[in-house]
Ligand binder design. Structure first.
Ligand code: IMP
Length: 438
């Protein structure tokens, strides 16, 4: 019954797509359990770039995939990703794609409200992806959202939409002085989307339980990052879901006792998009040097926004490793640091007169920390062709070892380029690393 959860340990964009694709090879089932199409998982296969926002990355490896009820699904995006896959020769059918009927749907009014709310927040805007994620989760928690199962049942969909749209239109017209959204504008096209999605609807918890009973290897593909978790992240500058290990249990309907562990994904440095505190952030040319180094650059896969860049933040990683129980780590984009003579790494924070190795929980305190850096020697050679740990320059090994010391987790995988084969595995297999008792 092996099952592991992949969690981004920073603010998202750690390169989870590439790592999930790599680990998917040894998996039988790949599951998305939270977030929506705010995610952008990029995978390079034989020179072809695949960007998936909603479908589990496992589709590229032709694995059976599932979308748990914790995901908010924009039906248009789902259907167009299924079509895009088909055009690339990846056939998705009810046998290899199971979508929970309890997933809440994102409608155009969620997207409109997301944008209006951000405008209203003014200088304290979160910098959302404008995909309607927060408003869709709000409707779910408010118990007024419409689920994919409703969408596929016309009479139920009609009744729920009439009731809810009435409330939404009151809100839009009286609060925002915006035009109302006509019922037919949503009902007709979304009823059609519902029909097309219906064959994929399944009882995902039951499917996963049976797969686990049969000894199938299940990989839970977290989206965003632990610091964007609505509970454990840098609230309010977070997304609206539980991006950490526990999110896999609630978002897929899978019990914690059946999960072997969490593989945390960390970038060799730090980036974030959107607003909020970022203790090791660099400005101007220094940030540009990281942003433009490496083959991919640091620009959002979903919005194309330039990412904020800074050095590796040990205290933050130590905290998220602790919260998520990430006993193993994958370090990504190590190749991006190859051009630096020396590389600063944040090892501690000074808060008032105190020194701490672990980031504080309080956002206000986090915004005011003084970062204590250590300078590690760079390696100044191209490492993108290195395949084995032993062949990495000693300075690069030292950098990885320092990350292990700081985080208390074992680095089992190192990514030195965007392609599948630009990966160094330090264990016989990733699932195996969670079963050897360490
Ligand atoms: P939302 O998820 O669109 O509501 O955005 C909330 C915050 O999470 C914003 O700061 C976004 O930039 C950030 N965010 C959402 N999804 C991702 C992601 O996949 N990678 C990085 N940041 C993200």
């Amino acid at each position: 019954m092996p099952a592991i959860v992949v969690v981004g340990i920073q603010w998202g964009d750690e390169g989870k797509g590439k790592v999930v694709d790599f680990v998917a090879e040894e998996s039988d089932v790949v599951v998305r359990h939270q977030g929506g199409n705010n995610a952008g998982h990029t995978v390079w296969v034989e020179g072809i770039k695949h960007i998936l926002h909603l479908l589990p990355t496992g589709v590229i490896r032709r694995k059976t995939c599932a979308i748990g009820s914790g995901v908010v699904v924009d039906p248009r995006v789902l259907l167009s990703e299924i079509e895009e896959c088909r055009a690339k020769g990846i056939e998705l059918h009810p046998g290899n794609l199971k979508i929970s009927r309890n997933c809440h749907a994102i409608f155009p009014y969620h997207i409109r409200i997301d944008t209006l709310l951000e405008k209203r927040r003014g200088s304290s805007a979160i910098g959302t992806t404008s995909r309607g994620i927060g408003p869709a989760y709000r409707d779910k928690i408010d118990r007024v959202g419409i689920r994919l199962g409703d969408l596929a049942t016309p009479a139920r969909f009609e009744a729920r939409l009439r009731e809810h749209l009435g409330y939404i239109n009151d809100f839009l017209t009286s609060f925002y002085k915006e035009p109302a959204i006509p019922f037919e504008e949503i009902y007709e096209p979304y009823r059609e989307h519902g029909k097309r999605i219906e064959p994929f609807l399944a009882d995902v918890p039951k499917f996963l339980s049976e797969a686990s009973d049969l000894g199938r290897k299940i990989l839970f593909e977290g989206a965003q990052g632990a610091l964007l978790d609505v509970d454990a992240g840098t609230f309010p500058y977070v997304t609206s879901s539980n991006t950490g290990t526990g999110g896999a249990c609630t978002g897929a309907g899978f019990p914690p006792q059946r999960i072997n562990g969490c593989l945390g994904i960390v970038k060799a440095y730090t980036t974030r998009v959107g607003a909020g505190p970022f203790p090791t952030e660099l400005e101007g040319e220094a940030a540009d040097r990281i942003r433009n180094a490496g083959p991919a650059g640091e620009f959002g896969a979903t919005t194309g926004r330039p990412r904020r860049c800074g050095w590796f933040d040990g205290p933050l990683v130590k905290r998220t490793v602790m919260v998520n129980g990430a006993s193993c780590l994958a370090v990504t984009r190590l190749d991006v640091l190859s051009e630096f003579d020396s590389i600063p790494i944040a090892v501690k924070y000074r808060i008032g007169g105190e020194v701490t190795e672990i980031a504080p929980e309080d956002l206000t305190v986090l915004s005011e920390v003084e970062v204590v850096y250590e300078e590690l020697p760079g390696w100044k050679v191209d490492i993108s062709k290195v395949k084995r740990w032993e062949d990495l320059p000693s300075q690069a090994q030292g950098y990885i070892r320092r990350i292990e010391d700081i985080s208390g987790a074992r680095v089992v995988l190192i990514s030195v380029g965007p392609n599948r084969d630009e990966t160094i595995l330090r264990a016989p297999s990733v699932f195996g690393a969670f079963q050897d008792g360490r």
